[in-house]
Design a binder for this molecule. Structure first.
Ligand code: FAD
Ligand code: SF4
Length: 401
């Protein structure tokens, strides 16, 4: 048992799960157990679709099928929180467990606070995340920069500041992630800004950082973050489904060091992204006026945003009579209205930028404004907060002005 009883090295005792799992198959074993024990009705996971550039969210109800979700898919633009709030009706009629990256966990928590997901009906099995890769640009980068056949790639991972690509022929090439990103490649832009790499807001956080010694690459580092998480982990240990060992002290330090290095890099990216604006709304809209003028009002960003959830939206194309000269709202009205509805909740998930056909940096804009809201109201979306939700309650007075 771990000295602090909160952190463990762990691996599955179920051979096929251990083999297919990314680092010992602990997440998959936990999810399978939760289904088998009847703790949940279904699990939400991610499976490989057409190829490893195609991450597909899936709902699994049979324990024997959970294995199809084992392994990490780094490409793909998933919207797990929306999948749960919209298509699973916020878990109103079912209990689920979901494997989630930190941004998924933040958005789910924010939707819980806003009454769109039922807290008691969801278990968050968090996985660390150093960032995701956009599928099509990644295929292009592997072909043009790495000089490898994207169809032959079996593994891509970020380690020690490099993006390593490995093919089925055993060929391995690596480039510094910082250099790639300077040239507009590498991780999705919002991931480069992300301020949560270990999902401390989940019930359990699992990853490979900090696993050193004989278990390096073969086990998952597990941190227990809630009573619910402690109970689940205790059950899988007691039933002999996973083996655990006390983590090496040096490993704990390494995990913290990597996490801090990535958070510092995110802060540096934010400083670049926010450059030239104070985060004040008018300032930001003035700066991005030209970009917003390209908006074709496809409504893609509204549809993709997991935190934009009104059933009757005042921005419907046929709706607003206050729009002069047309039925679809003009770009500034459209974005200003949308902003008032969601920007205090924005978790920088990046879905809006992902879908925008006009390549407007929507996520960067909302993140800039949200950062200002954090400063003024002391409210951090995606975490429990003593401070009230800024724009949704009466007399929402700023914490510090
Ligand atoms: P498994 O038993 O293999 O289960 C993996 C689970 O991850 C499955 O339930 C699957 O549904 C889920 N999953 C797969 N792809 C996604 C996705 N795109 N979004 C959400 N869920 C997904 N750990 C680190 O310590 N450092 C990192 O930098 C790091 N980066 C990661 C980046 C991504 C995009 C992902 C998905 C994971 C990352 N991890 C990272 C976590 C690590 O890869 C393993 O998921 C973790 O160690 C658990 O290993 P396991 O063998 O127990 O998981
Ligand atoms: Fe405009 Fe882009 Fe949003 Fe479409 S996705 S409405 S083009 S900002």
């Amino acid at each position: 048992m771990s000295a602090n009883e909160k952190m463990y090295y762990a691996y599955s005792t179920i051979d096929d799960i251990r083999n297919k799992g990314e680092y010992g198959g602990v997440v998959t074993t936990i999810l399978k157990h939760l289904l088998e024990s009847g703790t949940v009705d279904a699990v939400v996971g991610v499976e490989e679709g057409h190829d490893l550039y195609d991450a597909v969210p899936c709902l699994v109800t049979k324990p024997e099928n959970v294995i199809k979700t084992a392994g990490s898919i780094h490409c793909g633009t998933l919207n797990l929180a929306k999948f749960i709030s919209k298509y699973l009706d916020g878990c109103r009629d079912m209990k689920i467990a979901v494997s989630c990256k930190p941004c998924d966990a933040m958005t789910i928590r924010e939707l819980i606070k806003r009454g769109k997901i039922i807290a008691d009906n969801i278990i968050l099995i968090g996985v660390n995340c150093g960032g995701t890769l956009p599928p099509i640009p990644t295929i292009k980068m592997i072909r043009d920069v790495y000089g490898l056949d994207p169809k032959k790639v079996v593994k891509e991972e970020i380690s020690k500041g490099e993006l390593i690509i490995e093919t089925e022929d055993g060929e391995k090439k690596a480039f510094a992630i910082e250099e790639l990103e300077k040239d507009g490649m590498g991780r999705r832009e919002n991931c480069q800004r992300c301020n949560l790499k270990i999902p401390f807001n989940a019930d359990l956080a699992l990853g490979n950082w900090g696993v050193i010694g004989s278990l390096d690459g073969k086990a998952t580092f597990v941190e227990v973050l809630s009573d619910k998480g402690a109970e689940i982990l205790g059950d899988v240990i007691d039933e002999g489904l996973i083996e655990v060992e006390e983590p090496i002290e040096k490993g704990i330090e390494i995990r913290e060091k990597i996490n801090n290095a990535l958070l510092n890099a995110s802060q540096a990216k934010k400083d670049v992204d926010y450059c030239g604006t104070t985060g004040d709304i008018i300032d930001v809209f003035y700066k991005y006026d030209e970009e917003f003028s390209k908006c074709m009002k496809c409504y893609g960003c509204r549809e993709a945003c997991p935190l934009c959830f009104c059933e009757d939206c005042c921005l419907e194309a046929e709706g607003p009579e206050w729009v002069p000269g047309g039925y679809t709202p003009a770009a500034p009205f459209f974005h200003l209205t949308r902003m008032v509805h969601m920007v205090d909740a924005c978790t920088n998930c990046g879905q809006c930028s992902e879908v925008c056909p006009c390549e407007i940096p929507v996520s960067k804009v909302w993140n800039t404004v949200n950062n200002k809201i954090r400063e003024v109201y002391g409210y951090i979306p995606g975490f429990d907060s003593e401070n009230r939700i800024p724009f949704t309650e009466h007399s929402s007075k700023a914490k510090k002005l």
